[in-house]
Design a protein around this ligand. Structure first.
Ligand SMILES: Nc1ncnc2c1ncn2[C@@H]1O[C@H](COP(=O)(O)OP(=O)(O)OP(=O)(O)O)[C@@H](O)[C@H]1O
Ligand SMILES: [Mg+2]
Length: 267
């Protein structure tokens, strides 16, 4: 990430236009006029304090929740009520807690093969098994781990399983909502390394929600800072971290004493 990416000029693969989301019974909008553009190859970090609207935005981009007003577009086309098969293949998600996102009754191989089955891709059983073995290996597990069940794995390994499942249909975009914050500190770095490796090797574009600016600075060349449902700052992560324009972003940075300065300079 030492060279600035030539991001301009690339058409966004996923974008949100003037997104608002008002939940019933709430006086404030969870999202209030948010524009966001995810360009291929330019991973985007979304940061902000609790309640800022980060997960709400991610859910709209994933199409599992709909905006009160505004529009989400995939490859330039509005995401309609019935999300297209192509969208469901190309945009995958990883959540915070692998404990609750993996079905304990299913073998790891069935969990990882699930998106292939539901999207009816990946060929016959043998071809699917081969794909499962391939993505398990890609996330640092062994093909034979497919025969085991989620409870037999550690938290970090479970998150690897969740990532393998997301990778199975060969997506272009991986949405991740606090993918390491439920993990032990020692395991976090390994999962961050894995995500960086996948971005580099597979050309994945990450949309990473995190309250941790240090993680965002390692994985995302661009960042969007949210507060009270609005975007208060956006731009190259290196610029935002070193020269924050918005007072709120400065406060966020000041609240992270462990942010290594060499990380910022590396950008
Ligand atoms: N299903 C819902 N019903 C009602 N209010 C909701 C719902 N989901 C989110 N909200 C509200 O919308 C606002 C934004 O929530 P959101 O979960 O997007 O924040 P966040 O930035 O992801 O926070 P955190 O860092 O704690 O995960 C909050 O005020 C929240 O209480
Ligand atoms: Mg959230």
């Amino acid at each position: 990430m030492s060279e600035p990416m030539p991001a301009e000029g690339r058409e966004p693969i996923l974008s949100g236009h003037q997104l608002t989301r008002q939940f019933a019974g709430r006086s404030h909008r969870a999202l209030d006029g948010v524009d966001v553009a995810v360009r291929p190859g330019v991973s985007l970090g979304i940061v902000g304090e609790s309640g800022a609207g980060k997960s709400t935005l991610l859910r709209l981009l994933l199409g599992v929740d709909r905006p009160t007003s505004g529009e989400v577009r995939f490859a330039g086309q509005p995401l309609d009520r019935a999300r297209s098969r192509e969208f469901r293949r190309q945009v995958q998600v990883v959540f915070q807690d692998p404990r609750s996102s993996l079905n304990p009754r299913m073998s790891v191989a069935s969990i990882v093969a699930e998106p292939l089955r539901s999207l009816r891709i990946g060929g016959d059983r043998a071809a699917r098994s081969a794909r499962v073995a391939e993505v398990l290996t890609a996330v640092g597990l062994r093909p034979e781990d497919g025969r085991r069940y989620p409870h037999e794995f550690s938290g970090g390994q479970r998150q690897r399983i969740a990532i393998a499942r997301a990778l199975a249909p060969a997506p272009r975009v991986l949405l991740a909502d606090e993918p390491v914050s439920a993990l032990d500190v020692s395991v976090r770095l390994q999962i961050i390394d894995l995500l960086r490796d996948l971005v580099d090797r597979l050309g994945l574009t990450l949309v990473l929600v995190s309250h941790d600016l240090a993680i965002v600075s390692q994985l995302c060349p661009e960042v969007l800072v949210m507060r009270h449902g609005r975007v208060v700052e956006r731009g190259a992560t290196a610029d935002v971290l070193t020269r924050p324009v918005d007072g709120y972003t400065r406060a966020l940075l000041a609240a992270i004493p462990q942010l290594p300065t060499d990380l910022v300079e590396e950008q």
